[in-house]
Design a protein around this ligand. Sequence first.
Ligand code: FMN
Length: 324
Amino acid sequence: MALKTKFTETFGVEHPIAQGGMQWVGRAGLVAAVANAGGLGFLTALTQPTPADLANEIAKTKDLTDKPFGVNLTILPAITPPPYDEYRQVIVDSGVKIVETAGSNPAPHLPIFHDHGIKVLHKCTSVRHAVKAQSLGVDGISIDGFECAGHPGEDDIPGLVLIPAAADQIEIPMIASGGFADGRGLAAALALGADGVNMGTRFMCTVESCIHQNVKEAIVATDERGTELIFRPLRNTARVASNTVSREVVKILNDGGQFPDVMELVAGARGRKVFEDGDLEAGIWSASTAMGLINDIPTCDELISGMVADAESIITGRLAGMVG
Ligand SMILES: Cc1cc2nc3c(=O)[nH]c(=O)nc-3n(C[C@H](O)[C@H](O)[C@H](O)COP(=O)(O)O)c2cc1C
């Protein structure tokens, strides 16, 4: 048996499960493992220091899998923005056929991607932005609820409301993100009107994820309360793991501090150190409430096939048994 949805059909993958872009985490080994397991993995373009490095990482991924995979292009306001157009050109030239856009309106990038037969899955955190992206002509929506790691937006609407509210207005394939980690979540997302799920935190905590074992073990040990929402007063909220650094950032900003007062604490290089050295207090690192559902460190194949099997048995067994 298999779960066939609009998402699996449109994006040409076996299972309705995606691994979203993850800074410092979305590299070739993980993405290829997700692809080989029948899911849709995304390399994170900006994890690569230059567009040429991204070209190499794409080539490395192609050496590890024959299955489809994509590239995440996250476009956020920055003091010195990365050369987005050059990263985009690398994606186009590489022959990758799926892109996950996030962070801002995908309109400037759509014509070039579509001219080269590249499908665009746009990630957003509100129904209005999903509707807007659909009207712009993207090929799929990934709607990220308040539970998620990274940027949940400022509306604070969890998936239980966000997903069906979006499903009411979205006709193109739509996957749901934020707090998904197992087959129960997958079955629930399908019931709420989504065509699959996207996960970040759950995929961080797999055998093939390149991050330090200490971080994976911390995710297993942490429950659903183990996150902080930083940058709330700046209206640029990010959900990250709770540690001395994230709690300090919350305190400084709640006490009236401004971005320059926390800039050093939230530096990307410090967060990267957490993943590379396993020092959980070195900086800020993204993780979600899904930590409360993560109790093991499986391979991507075990994770994806287990989730699909569990979702199928919930749908055909437990739920079907309740009818009539
Ligand atoms: C370590 C980490 C880094 C992330 N970096 C990015 C990123 O660079 N761009 C992006 O669009 N989303 C990023 N995300 C968000 C994920 O793609 C995904 O939307 C989110 O993790 C879903 O919530 P979940 O963690 O509850 O599954 C990141 C998530 C994590 C855990």
